[in-house]
Design a protein around this ligand. Sequence first.
Ligand code: ADP
Ligand code: ADP
Length: 229
Amino acid sequence: PPLLRTRNLRKSYRTGEVETHALRGVDLEIYPQEFTAIAGPSGSGKSTLLHLLGGLDHPSAGEVWLGDERIDGLSASALAALRLTHFGFVFQAYNLIPVLSALENAAFVLELQGVPKREREARALAALKVLGIADLGERRPNQLSGGQQQRVAVARALAARPKLILADEPTANLDSATGEALIAHMQRLNREEGVTFLFSTHDPRLLSHVRRTVWLQDGRVVGEEAQAA
Ligand code: ADP
Ligand code: ADP
């Protein structure tokens, strides 16, 4: 069975008099161990879809299923609990905690999960290393560049070893060496640990490594492509 599934998913935003139909009926199934991209032009609904899949926002209509549980109508606190146990997020607003160091930020989800201190420091440091920022572990977010903050956000998701990582343009602000290293690490996690990845992206580097691409346009799925691993 799919890990995540949507049925006729719709989302509209109202700003004053203007209503924007960001998603106009999306049916999507994500199976365990997929390494899949949601691609499409800016404004096609990629971020909105990831937010709804991760339970960060409620749809205007339609359904979201996590395994055999329907999650689109759950309360905010029930969704928060689900996210902690099932999802890792890498979003464009990095959501780092300003008073914590990079290392503490990377370890933060592990603390919420109740992982012992020594183990969470080791896992957070290992994740920072993978992203090439182990030497910046003591810095706070405001002492890091945008690209460095992005890497801390990715490290935080990786350290928690969730079943599913939802990542909104994860390589967008990374230089090519860091971007390639990040993609290689995500592929390894996918192959060796069975972590499912769903990205939004229009980065050709990342698109060349995914096994499936779902194309969005104007809030609808307009095509799909499978690639050899
Ligand atoms: P993408 O990630 O593909 O760029 P988005 O999901 O961010 O697309 O946006 C889809 C559409 O919804 C766009 O027209 C965007 O302007 C609009 N939109 C997204 N978020 C909001 C919001 N919070 N309020 C109003 N409109 C929004
Ligand atoms: P990136 O491409 O990673 O976003 P930038 O061009 O923004 O990098 O920054 C280049 C360098 O300047 C980085 O290595 C970083 O150490 C430093 N830097 C950028 N912003 C800050 C800041 N607010 N505080 C301290 N150092 C910074």
